[in-house]
Design a binder for this molecule. Structure first.
Ligand code: MN
Length: 754
């Protein structure tokens, strides 16, 4: 299906032509399957296809395509890009049948058996319909996703294929739907694909999200990759020629090529390092994939190649990564090194065997569990799934927190820690002694008093380094405190600790409540509620629980004089603390009522135009990311029905996109000469010398006529660090200014910051 979805209607196919096209698309899936190593269970696949085709008959996608082309495409991804077999192909063909047609899971079970029915059921549960208005709908969704995943990982792999096809055909959706789907993909599916080792899919998902969120930047980077190809090719030839000669001399069978970074990862690098495209030096990596016999020593060959390369080029001392001896949690294995190329630039080289390469590109799924006759091995992936299941068994009240905890674990880079017995445990970066204690056992965590790292005594908050050997010291009398939350990192430790703290707190609250009730009885007070409310007022507590806790914790003593003075107290000053939290404050300017946006209006508008004329704006900018005209932005309708504008890549907006997708509006800045100005902050760094500040200010206020609102400068040890708040009319001016400032002698850095 090379046809762009949105062009489908213009093809004007006759019914027979359409039928032929559908059958060809399916035949393509079947042919691919027959070429694979799986058992040839063609009959059931054909039946699943006929069943799905019949069920979706007459239904079309938004693009005009017959609906069945979507399940066929998902089945193709599942088979050819992920490498799964007939059960998964059938489930993919049937994945939308229960949700979108009158057939039930029972119908699937009768026709295709229990296994396929349960996978289709899992897929139905985690698909649309639950992306409702509820704040944590998406998080709940994610939880379900993982729950079913622990059940049968094929559910999540097929869901991944479904999402990939939806992203590939996203152009036919409405813009606000596009942002929601793209945001969700970047926030949830791409990290998950990474975690599962589906590297090619992860990269494509990121690139597609990027394309829809920042279309201009995306195109710009793509163009530049093409423009720079010639130069890159000649650099690569210079680099690889001596390497090839050496590898040939060694008698190896191998392939070598240059892998260009994805547009998304180039952009990420430009953003985090504040550098233009031209300064991204590691635009490509050199990959060497060697063939060897099944029983050959892969590790030895990797290091032989390493040694050959470092004989030719100078090695970067700190950038060697040995994922052959210690594979990543997602199963990735390779030996990476960085060397100085002939043109003086650092070049990353990745060395892998054919098998390692296969796993890296297609993920664990290709080699794991579904190979006929192979026994399950307790892989690292499985133990990761187990952690997730552990947390899911004790879900926290707020599912959104849960999502954050998971996300933290998905993104963090890992460290490896040894137990005294020599077991190797993987932790996210910044994990502490306490994390290790909780990982080993809940009781060990709750009674942890200190640790021994490499045989030296350290506090429980000690951050660990990869390779540390950690021993836990405990004490019977130790109790967890809320401060501990500041230094646990893993989701498991957090959830265990919070559970212990809730238990501890509950004990104190109960004790406090008993004490208050005893005081009421002792003083023969008739209205207990009235007394408690007054007492809350006296000590400024918001909830009864807080009051009871303070009493139970001996922070508030119920002496006779306290009780007496409380009883006498008028009902005053109590509600001033309570009301602002419940009352809804509306500070909407009534004169702007004509511009007020209501949700029903938005649904009809595809693009919401952001205007600012004569100092009046029909939107508010979000304080978290301070977008200014020219930035890629997205609008969000808040509880007051105002449009709040966020930068497309703002962390807060990312979160909103995945949980309040239906409140999003596509936005566009209106170019207007009357525009008022916006606040932007830039950071300038450089060598401290006489007169440099003067030159800087001259450039900003005289040459560029930009108004400086605030200036903070700090000079230390011969360098300066300066923060400037500026009033500007759009983002392009700030970019231009930064370029100008960088031209000033001794300035090493100038960039806009959040
Ligand atoms: Mn689908």
């Amino acid at each position: 299906m090379d046809v762009e979805a949105k062009d489908y209607n213009s093809l004007n196919l006759s019914e027979e032509q359409e039928e032929k096209m559908i059958n060809e698309a399916f035949q393509d899936v079947l042919d691919g399957y027959l070429r694979s190593n799986h058992r040839k269970k063609v009959e059931i696949i054909k039946r699943a296809y006929e069943f799905a085709k019949n069920a979706h008959k007459g239904i079309r996608r938004r693009s005009g395509e017959p609906y069945i082309l979507h399940p066929i495409a998902v089945a193709k991804i599942v088979s050819q890009e992920i490498g799964l077999g007939s059960t998964s192909i059938c489930s993919a063909l049937l994945h939308d049948v229960v949700e979108d047609t009158e057939y039930t899971v029972e119908d699937i079970e009768i026709n295709f058996g229990k296994k396929i029915a349960s996978i289709v059921d899992g897929l139905t549960k985690i698909s649309g319909g639950i992306f409702g208005d509820k704040a944590s709908a998406q998080a709940e969704n994610f939880r379900k996703l993982l729950l079913t995943m622990a059940d049968d990982i094929r559910v999540i792999l097929i869901k991944m294929a479904d999402r990939l096809h939806n992203m590939r055909t996203l152009s036919s959706m409405l813009p606000n739907k596009q942002y929601k789907i793209a945001g969700e993909t970047l926030y949830i599916y791409a990290p998950l694909a990474h975690r599962l080792g589906l590297f090619a899919i992860k990269t494509e998902l990121e690139d597609l999200s990027f394309k829809y969120e920042h279309p201009d930047t995306y195109k710009d980077i793509k163009d530049k990759i093409v423009e720079s190809e010639k130069k890159r090719n000649s650099q690569y030839t210079d680099f690889s020629t001596p390497v090839k000669a050496k590898l040939d001399e060694m008698g190896l069978k191998y392939t070598i090529n240059a892998r260009v970074k994805s547009a998304y990862s180039i952009w990420k690098k430009m953003e985090t390092k504040h550098i233009p495209f031209e300064e991204v030096y590691d635009l490509y990596a050199v990959r060497i994939v060697f063939d060897c016999d099944a029983d050959a020593n892969e590790k030895q060959i990797c290091w032989n190649i390493y040694s050959a390369i470092t004989d030719i080029y100078k090695l970067h001392p700190t950038r060697t990564r040995d994922w052959v001896s210690t594979p990543k949690t997602n199963g990735y294995r390779a030996l990476h090194l960085t060397v100085m190329g002939p043109d003086g630039n650092w070049v990353e080289v990745q060395i892998r065997s054919r098998k390692m390469d296969d796993i890296a590109e297609r993920g664990f799924a290709a080699h794991w569990k579904y190979k006929i006759g192979e026994s399950d091995e307790e892989s690292e992936l499985e133990s990761w799934l187990k952690t997730i299941t552990d947390i899911l068994k004790e879900p926290k009240p707020n599912a959104m927190d849960f999502l954050d905890t998971i996300k933290l674990n998905l993104f963090a880079t890992e460290i490896f820690v040894f137990t005294p017995k020599g077991d190797l445990i993987t932790f996210p970066k910044n994990a502490t002694v306490l994390d290790v204690a909780y990982e080993l056992h809940t009781e060990l965590g709750s009674h942890c008093i200190a640790g021994k790292v490499n045989h030296r005594l350290v506090p429980i908050s000690q951050k660990l380094q990869s390779g540390d050997q950690v021993e836990i010291l405990t004490s019977e009398t130790q109790k967890p405190t809320p401060e501990w939350l500041n230094f646990v990192v893993t989701a498991k430790a957090k959830s265990k600790l919070e559970q212990a703290l809730r238990k501890e707190r509950k004990k104190i609250v109960d004790k406090g409540e008993a004490a208050v009730m005893a005081a009421i009885e002792e003083n023969n007070l008739t209205d207990a509620n009235r007394f408690i409310t007054k007492l809350m007022g006296v000590y400024n507590f918001h909830t009864r629980e807080d009051l009871f806790f303070a009493v139970g914790d001996n922070k508030v003593a119920l002496t006779d004089s306290v009780v007496k003075s409380t009883v006498k107290k008028q009902n005053q000053g109590i509600f001033t603390r309570i009301w602002p939290f419940t009352g809804k404050k509306k500070d909407v300017d009534e004169t702007q009522s004509a511009e007020t946006i209501t949700p029903d209006k938005i649904n009809k508008k595809e693009i919401y135009v952001l205007r600012s004329e004569g100092g009046v704006q029909n939107y508010k900018t979000a304080s978290c990311c301070n977008p200014i005209p020219g930035d890629d932005v997205v609008g969000y309708v808040d509880d007051n029905e105002e449009v709040i504008v966020h930068k497309m890549d703002c962390e807060v907006a990312m979160r909103i996109k995945s949980s309040f997708g239906n409140r999003l509006v596509a936005t566009k800045w209106l170019e207007s000469p009357l525009q008022t100005s916006f606040l932007a902050t830039i950071s300038v760094k450089g060598i401290d010398r006489m007169g440099i500040l003067q030159e800087l200010i001259h450039e900003i206020s005289i040459n560029m006529s930009i108004n400086i609102r605030k200036l903070d400068i700090e000079a230390r040890d011969g360098v300066f660090d300066c923060l400037l708040d500026l009033r500007v009319s759009d983002a392009r001016i700030v970019d231009r200014l930064c370029r100008q400032i960088k031209k000033i002698k001794d300035v090493t850095y100038a960039a806009r910051i959040k």
